[in-house]
Write a protein that binds this ligand. Structure first.
Ligand code: GLN
Length: 252
């Protein structure tokens, strides 16, 4: 039923009104539609048929602050910027890094998470000790991500294979189709956890920051989201969800 409502909401948004003009019939609350790619644990992933994770909890807290009802739309990562620019979703919360080329199409909220890229290889890949050893290898990345960009910028002579989901790149690393995967730090730690056949390499890649992408026209929502983020950070709710997802795996 929930899915049907969400589909209806997106349908309505596409006929011209902004996504946030949609109101839920049952609650009469305005609906805040979040676009994400739910294959990026622990930020967004499926638990049964439900999308959960740090970003979903953060977006729920923001919706609560704004007195709105949150709806989550799962889509391919490469379509997210387009979806928020054309008003299909109100905001993108997808572990999305602030990048100049994205700022040409969307505004970003204040940052909410620091990250960097990491490399996953198979545990038995004895010839790969550092990033320098990736030369000549087949590297799996998620299309249009910073991992994809860094693979091109830092590594010479590699064969880059683009996947729609980070999780699929890791599956192909396990079955031998690619020899390394470049992906954000916390998902990398998550993908390797409990998998004896995988290990992580340290990388020289720079720090990046996640923020919420919002339609360039919707300055009102940008300011509201920044206000909500500031409250959530100040009142301890940010720390609560942080420790729910990162307490055990934090490497800092
Ligand atoms: N942080 C990376 C980016 O913004 C990857 C995000 C993701 O795959 N969800 O490109």
């Amino acid at each position: 039923m929930r899915k049907l409502f969400a589909a209806l909401a997106v349908g309505l948004a596409m006929v011209g009104c902004g996504a946030s003009d949609v109101a839920d019939e049952a609650t009469m609350q305005e609906v805040l539609i979040m676009g994400t790619n739910a294959a990026f644990p622990p930020f967004e992933y499926y638990e049964g048929s439900e999308i959960v994770g740090f970003d979903v909890d953060l977006a729920q807290l923001i919706a609560d602050e704004l007195g709105m009802e949150l709806r989550v739309e799962d889509m391919e990562f490469k379509t997210l910027i387009g979806a928020v620019s054309n008003g299909m979703v109100d905001m993108v919360v997808a572990g999305m890094t602030v990048l100049d080329d994205r700022l040409a199409f969307v505004n970003f909220s204040d940052g909410y998470f620091e990250s960097k890229q990491m490399v996953i290889v198979r545990a038995d890949a004895v010839d790969i000790e550092s990033v320098d050893d990736l030369e000549g290898k087949r590297i799996g990345v998620q299309i249009n991500t910073t991992g994809d960009q860094f693979a091109r910028a830092y590594l010479d002579d590699v064969d880059i294979i683009q996947f729609n989901k980070a999780a699929l790149a890791v599956a192909d690393l396990k079955n031998g189709t690619v020899e390394a995967v470049i992906v954000d730090e916390q998902p990398a730690i998550n993908f390797v956890a409990g998998q004896d056949d995988l290990r992580l390499l340290e990388t020289p890649f720079v720090e990046e920051e996640y923020a919420i992408a919002i339609n360039k026209e919707n300055i009102e929502l940008l300011e509201a989201v920044n206000g909500a983020l500031a409250s959530i950070k100040a009142n301890g709710q940010y720390d609560e969800i942080y420790s729910k997802y990162f307490a055990e795996t934090d490497v800092e």
